[in-house]
Structure formats: structure tokens, C-alpha cells
Design a protein around this ligand. Structure first.
Ligand code: 2IP
Ligand code: CA
Length: 378
């Protein structure tokens, strides 16, 4: 297992360096945005951007992990399709080629023949990433990779990534918006049960080194498999005055319904992955989302980390039904192997019923009690 974990962490570090590189080169970055159309469009935004960085990162992870674990190759999926359209209207299938030169040649087509940019990216894609993290050598869980599959979100919070504000100030440790909420999310789940097993969250824009004028990344990981739970994070303390984090677009009716529980403690942040990270870090106690605007690739990795810390993510609509049927009933956790029946495109993999991400069962139950009590308004 340590081998799979190391390989995924190395892929996440490479992903982070590509995300940083694409932001550093402003001229390059402006070439990379493309509007999502049709069934691949996230219904939540009028304009949603797909970046070449997104596609590249997804392909790099697939390539690097698939090379070491061929049994996983056909079971690594992500948000993006690897067909990319350049300014000349040509469609290019973006993939990692056997050599750096071949990858650079392919990228040149996507980048409207811009040689320097293509070379820079190809070098980042083919770099060797060495992890110097001795804690990883002690990870001794055996997980059969033949029965695993993976969800990747190459860059979550694409909107904030594109806007690129690096100087947003945190409020009680939580960044309401900006580059800090752009994350690389990688999750492995059991193909048969659909349960999350291993998760990685990489923060490409964790800290700015002003002298070197470049960003430093940071990764977090968690494994939760058959009763064994290990994580790079420690379980946060159970806070007496809990905080809930919400999307800044969350319905006012849900915000109002939660007021009796959290009062002044409501806070808002961009990025679904980032809000789950806030819960894992103990900066918030719950992330509640009333809509189906997250997808399996957003939640799989963070879910495994939360589970490794004793928490999880439930389907909000299903959990409310269960709670109304009988208090303290088992609340259904999200699973990752079944598409939504009858849905098309990205919607097939939506977490349709909304969600609650938590560490402590007490907080999850408090959210349930409060929302069920507010039944007239919510
Ligand atoms: C998005 C992103 C958004 C989030 C949305 C996700 O993924 O994380 O920020 O909305 O649910 O699907 P919000 O910020 O309101 O929580 P992506 O950026 O990868 O499309
Ligand atoms: Ca996402």
C-alpha cells in the first residue's frame, strides 16, 4: 500500500507543479481557457472553464499511476475529457507521450505552435518527483489494487484558480476565496462496495515564497480500509462552539435553518474540496451543501481522508429521510461506483442529494436535528 500511496502523492506533487507553472506564465494561461459546453457543463455556473492544465494534470496522473499499477489503468477517471480545442478550431487528444520531445510536439498543436510554452509543460510532465517523507515508509496496510478504482479532480475550484488572487486574507484560518481554495483531489475507492479507501488533497498554492516569487505546495492523505485508519493529519479537537462552512452560493433558506445551531459561527468559502479540507483540518466542524453541485471526483479523496479521521460524508437528502424516519438511524455515506440513473454527461456522477461532511458524529447529528426541526422552512 505504501507503494500506491507514494505513487499517488508523487503524482499529486507533479500535478501541483503543473498548476503553479500554468499560473506563473500569464501569456500561457490566457491561452488555456476554454468554455465548457453542453452536457459537460457544470450547471451551477453560467461560465465554467476547462483549462489545459486540468486536462494535462488528469492525464499525467493517469499515465504515471497506470505505469506503476497497470491493473488500475482502465479504472482511473476524472472530470475532464482529454479532447482539447485550440484557437484554430483543431481538436487534439492530449496525452502523455513516451518521450518529453513527443509530448512537447503534441502540446505545440494545442498551444497554437507556441514552442517555449509547450517545452516548459513537457519538462514539468516528464520530471521525476522524489518524495522525502519518511512517515510514508511506516504505512503498512495491504489493499488489493485489482479491486480499486480512482476519481481525480485535477484542479478543484477552477474559478478561483483562473481568477488567481493570492493575497486573500484568511478569516479564523479559512480563506473565503482565492488561490488557496484551488486543490488537486485524488481518491481511490473499492470498485465493488463503492466505499472510499485512500484520499489525497494537494494544495498547490499553500504558501507563497515572496523572495523566490513562487508557490509552495502541501499534501495531506488518509487511508480508511476495513477498520484500519491512518492519516497524515491528526483528529481535530472536538470544539465546544462548532462552526459550519458553506458555499457562498448556498441557499438562504438553508443558512437560516442552520442559525439556531451555529448562530454567528457560519462561514463561507469557495471550492468544494477546500471546504472538506477545512473540516479535515478542524477549521470547521461541518460542510453542509443543499444542492447536487458536487461530483464524485470532488468528494472521493476528501471523503477517504475524513473517514480516516473518524468522520465521513453523508448524502443530505437521504440522511434527512433516514433521520425523519427514526432518530439516530444509520445515515447513508456517499459511495463512488454507481452513476445516477437516467442522467447524462457530468450529471451521471453528481452527488445529487447534497451532502454533509463531518468529523464528529455529534456534529452530524446536531445538523440533522436542526434541519429536521426547521422542516417548515427548509
Ligand atoms: C467545483 C468547485 C466549486 C464548487 C462546486 C464544484 O468544481 O469546487 O467551487 O462550488 O461544487 O463542483 P462552491 O465553490 O460554490 O462550493 P470545479 O471547480 O472543479 O468545477
Ligand atoms: Ca471540482
Amino acid at each position: 500500500m505504501a507503494a500506491l500511496l507514494k505513487s499517488l502523492l508523487a503524482a499529486s506533487e507533479k500535478a501541483a507543479s503543473i498548476a503553479q507553472l500554468c499560473r506563473q506564465e500569464e501569456a500561457l494561461f490566457s491561452l488555456l481557457i476554454e468554455e465548457k459546453r453542453g452536457v459537460d457543463k457544470n450547471k451551477k455556473f453560467l461560465q465554467d472553464f476547462k483549462t489545459l492544465a486540468d486536462v494535462l494534470i488528469q492525464e499525467v496522473i493517469k499515465h504515471d499511476v497506470g505505469k506503476k499499477f497497470p491493473e488500475l489503468q482502465d479504472h482511473i477517471r476524472g472530470e475532464e475529457s482529454n479532447k482539447f480545442e485550440n484557437g484554430l478550431g483543431e481538436t487534439v487528444v492530449v496525452q502523455v507521450c513516451p518521450t518529453q520531445q513527443e509530448t512537447a510536439a503534441l502540446l505545440q498543436k494545442v498551444l497554437d505552435r507556441k514552442q517555449t510554452a509547450a517545452k516548459l509543460l513537457a519538462a514539468a510532465i516528464h520530471q521525476e518527483v522524489e518524495l522525502s517523507d519518511s512517515a510514508l515508509d511506516d504505512v503498512a496496510v495491504t489493499i488489493p489494487t485489482e479491486s480499486m478504482a480512482m476519481w481525480i479532480d485535477p484542479i478543484d475550484s477552477t474559478n478561483q484558480y483562473i481568477r488567481g488572487r493570492g493575497n486573500v486574507k484568511p478569516v479564523d484560518g479559512i480563506y473565503p476565496s482565492g488561490l488557496h481554495s484551488a486543490l488537486v483531489l485524488i481518491g481511490a475507492y473499492d470498485r465493488h462496495s463503492g466505499e472510499p479507501v485512500l484520499g489525497i488533497i494537494n494544495e498547490p498554492f499553500f504558501k507563497e515564497d515572496l523572495q523566490a516569487s513562487r508557490w509552495q505546495s502541501k499534501y495531506h492523505w488518509g487511508i480508511s480500509y476495513r477498520g484500519t485508519n491512518i492519516s497524515s493529519l491528526s483528529q481535530p479537537l472536538l470544539r465546544s462552539a462548532p462552526r459550519v462552512v458553506l458555499s457562498s452560493n448556498e441557499k438562504v433558506v438553508l443558512q437560516k435553518a442552520l442559525t439556531p445551531l451555529y448562530g454567528e459561527q457560519l462561514c463561507f468559502a469557495s471550492g468544494a474540496g477546500y471546504k472538506m479540507l477545512c473540516v479535515a483540518l478542524g477549521l470547521a466542524d461541518a460542510y453542509v451543501l443543499s444542492e447536487g453541485s458536487t461530483f464524485k471526483w470532488d468528494t472521493c479523496g476528501p471523503h477517504a481522508i475524513l473517514q480516516s479521521l473518524g468522520g465521513g460524508i453523508v448524502d443530505l437528502a437521504e440522511a434527512l429521510k433516514a433521520w425523519r424516519a427514526g432518530p439516530h438511524n444509520l445515515l447513508p455515506e456517499l459511495t463512488y461506483n454507481q452513476p445516477v440513473q437516467g442522467a447524462l454527461g457530468a450529471e451521471r456522477w453528481a452527488n445529487q442529494g447534497g451532502l454533509v461532511a463531518y468529523i464528529y458524529r455529534e456534529h452530524l447529528e446536531a445538523v440533522m436535528d436542526t434541519l429536521v426541526a426547521a422542516v417548515d422552512t427548509f
